[in-house]
Design a protein. Structure first.
Length: 463
């Protein structure tokens, strides 16, 4: 729960950085414009914490509040304060504007105000730490919970690859950045690591988190679990920015994941420290005017992480995630296996995760042979499993997903090795798989010319 004392602590933290803003917020708290919720109603949706700002409910992400105390309250206060300043500015102009028309402008002003404040805070800490290499420990919000040795996913040297002076210059420019995200308009966009689909047919892009004002404002507005602006800036300060990845759809960040490499004795793990999507937000945090969240973003992120692991990173033994008990069945249906109470290890991708990986593979130009071989083995196993008749509704649903995954193997952009292994096994078990003929017809319609010829030749050989 959030009490007035906690709100006061958040305002005091802001005051230490910006006395004028802190004074104004403290005055608003004193006259009741900012207040804690009544004791009889401490949560939104029975889960999220909140407080009142000018009689408006301001939700606070529960996880961040529990683990980082006043940080989410500080940021929410700054957003609402920035919105208030913009409203006053519009009123002073005296144009009698309809707030419904300028609501987006007001909201954007609040988000930019908060992000700029956080950038200034990061700059102050960075300038203070010049000449003290050990000062990277001053940015604890980017540090994972465990005490394992941690290394940037793509960089062995961390922050040392960029001087503090260069980082200060970058952050100063970031405050005045007016660019919008521009991902996917160019087919050869180097920022895109993998391409795929979410919500059945909507193009999505797996990229490293792009540090710009627009992306930080989007994260601030999204109010997703685990991720907030200070965490993202702390990752940048500590040289861990390349461990952050995003799912971008139509220039919107709809999901984020933070990866680390853990060292377990003589082997390494790729550890999914945090994964969050817009779909995981409560209705209160999403806001009344938010668009319905897209389906499949979490699966898309996992597919991108798997392909990153297999196709880019070297020498990592396993992919591990830490999740709540309530979500275990979702990950287990994707091929994860339990290890202890909360840790899950990916065995073989299956279900929607396998389908999402195959869609990415179909849009990937440079694939290692190891990836092709591993997917071949998975496809062979999945098709072989289709010989078993589905009895329960759950088995029937899982079977449909396997069929959809096999269809992805039979499209024209699929690597020929994967198409051939799928065709060979469908023909081998055609008498035991009722859908085999349907899948062959699908291949003859959608596969490449090489695979169509292979099907005709293989079918003739099998007669």
């Amino acid at each position: 729960m959030i009490k007035r004392e906690i709100i006061k602590q958040a305002i005091d933290a802001i005051s230490r950085r910006s006395p004028d803003i802190g004074y104004s917020l403290d005055e608003m708290l004193g006259v009741g414009l900012i207040d804690a919720p009544p004791k009889s109603d401490m949560t939104v949706d029975g889960d999220e914490f909140w407080f009142l700002f000018e009689n408006q409910i301001v939700p606070v992400t529960k996880y961040v509040y529990i683990h980082e105390a006043t940080v989410p309250i500080e940021q929410s206060l700054l957003i609402k304060y920035g919105e208030t300043l913009k409203k006053q500015e519009l009123e002073d102009e005296g144009n009698h504007l309809d707030y419904r028309v300028v609501a987006r402008e007001i909201r954007s002003a609040g988000l930019r105000f908060m992000v700029t404040h956080e950038i200034d805070y990061a700059l102050a800490r960075l300038r203070e730490s010049l000449g003290r290499p050990e000062s990277r420990a001053d940015f604890p919000s980017a540090a994972p919970r465990s005490k394992d040795r941690i290394r940037s996913t793509f960089s062995k040297t961390g922050r040392n690859t960029v001087s503090y002076q260069d980082l200060i210059l970058f952050l100063e420019k970031l405050k005045h950045d007016s660019r919008c995200l521009d991902i996917g308009k160019d087919e050869a966009d180097p920022a895109i690591l993998f391409r795929g689909l979410v919500d059945i047919s909507i193009p999505a892009y797996f990229i490293r988190f792009p540090y710009c004002m627009d992306s930080l404002m989007q994260v601030a507005e999204a109010n997703m679990e685990f991720f907030h602006v200070r965490f993202l800036l702390n990752c940048l300060l500590r040289g861990l920015e390349r461990n952050l990845f995003a799912c971008v759809v139509q220039q919107r960040i709809v999901g984020l994941t933070y990866l680390i490499i853990k060292y377990r004795g003589f082997y390494k793990q790729l550890y999914g420290e945090y994964i969050a999507t817009l779909r995981g937000r409560s209705a209160a945090r999403a806001g009344p005017s938010s668009e319905p969240p897209l389906k499949g973003v979490g699966t898309f992120l996992l597919a991108g992480v798997w392909l990153l692991w297999k196709n880019v990173l070297v020498g990592i033994k396993e992919l591990v995630i830490d999740t709540e008990v309530e979500a275990r069945h979702v990950y287990e249906s994707a091929g994860f296996q339990s290890r202890g109470l909360s840790v899950l290890v990916l065995n073989r991708p299956k279900g929607y995760l396998l389908k999402s990986i195959l869609v990415m593979i179909n849009n990937c130009r440079d694939l290692r042979l190891k990836v092709i071989k591993e997917i071949e083995a998975i496809i062979k196993r999945q098709i072989k499993a289709l010989r078993k008749k589905a009895k329960s509704d759950g088995e029937k649903s899982a079977r449909k997903v396997v069929i959809e995954a096999v269809k992805e193997c039979l499209k024209s952009r699929t690597p020929p090795e994967l198409s051939k292994i799928a065709v060979t096994n469908l023909l081998r078990y055609k008498k035991k798989i009722p859908e085999s003929e349907e899948l062959m017809q699908f291949a003859l319609k959608h596969a490449s010319g090489e695979i169509k010829a292979y099907i005709r030749h293989a079918a003739g050989t099998c007669r």
